[in-house]
Design a binder for this molecule. Structure first.
Ligand code: GTP
Ligand code: MG
Length: 246
């Protein structure tokens, strides 16, 4: 019963949904009344390149990857208004959370969504042609309004990428946590430090509640050893909304 109850999934309401003023509609579609799922976490995020690249790491190298990063960062929908570049990041919880959210979102491609699943959220999206410098069409971009984790494993990776344990009420933390007793971890220019470096950001200080997997990764990375998560995957959430990125 408990393991069923605490299944969680990450949802991102993407910049095109904000631009088209569809947030109210989307949230209402995702409500407990429609999905049987409850809010566990919520935040408004100015997406950094580091966070975007970690979130979509599986697509690195693909032809649509650069535009996908620009899309989730809000650069495409708000080219001249950095202050409006945001996504709404949500964690929902309940039985079959991943499957239910994917169903209500619908197929990745909005054209396919309209044909095969009218009424799903992504049926309201658009497909935009991608052109090279010479104006030749080299592919397309799918502005599909919403992201939802694809599997339970992906949900865990994504939730830990976008949220700290302290972003959740204590009973809604689905993954193991640890209270940091005495370590300090600082980040600067892609490097990790265990003592303060001028200009660095303190990622974790004594007393902080952290994901155990992040802590394990930092311990290894600080010794120069390979770890299950990259430094960027750990650091991105601590640098979230830290400074304006244009
Ligand atoms: P997300 O919820 O955004 O992760 O979508 P998804 O899980 O339905 O699809 P996937 O994770 O495979 O792709 C992530 C995003 O990359 C999609 O939302 C699309 O915007 C884009 N994308 C994925 N596959 C393709 C593709 O074959 N062509 C193009 N142009 N874009 C793609
Ligand atoms: Mg996906």
């Amino acid at each position: 019963m408990r393991t069923e109850e605490i299944k969680q999934t990450l949802v991102l309401i993407k910049p095109d949904a904000l631009k088209n003023s569809l947030t109210g509609y989307v949230l209402s579609q995702l409500s407990e009344f429609h999905t049987g799922l409850r809010f566990a976490g919520a935040k408004i995020v100015h997406v950094s390149r580091m966070l975007a690249e970690e979130h979509y790491a599986e697509h690195r190298g693909k032809v649509f990857y650069p535009s996908l990063i620009e899309y989730i960062m809000g650069l495409l929908h708000y080219p001249d208004e950095p202050n409006r570049r945001r996504v709404i990041s949500l964690v929902y919880q309940g039985p079959d959370a991943v499957k239910k959210m994917r169903e209500i979102c619908g197929p990745t491609n909005p054209h396919v969504a309209r044909e095969t699943k009218p009424g799903c959220i992504r049926a309201l999206g658009t497909v935009v042609p991608l052109k090279d410098a010479a104006g030749n069409e080299i592919g397309e971009r799918m502005d599909n309004l919403i992201h939802a984790s694809a599997t339970d494993n992906e949900a865990e990776r994504e939730i830990k990428l976008w949220f700290r344990p302290g972003d959740f009420p204590p009973f809604m933390r689905s993954y193991p946590t640890e209270i940091n007793a005495e370590d300090h971890y600082y980040f600067k220019n892609g490097n990790l430090y265990i003592t303060h470096e001028p200009g660095s950001v303190c990622l974790i200080a004594p007393g902080d509640v952290v994901w155990k997997s992040d802590f394990d990764a930092l311990r290894l990375l600080s010794k120069g050893l390979p770890a299950a998560s990259s430094l960027e995957a750990v650091a991105a959430k601590y640098l979230m909304n830290y400074t304006v990125e244009s």
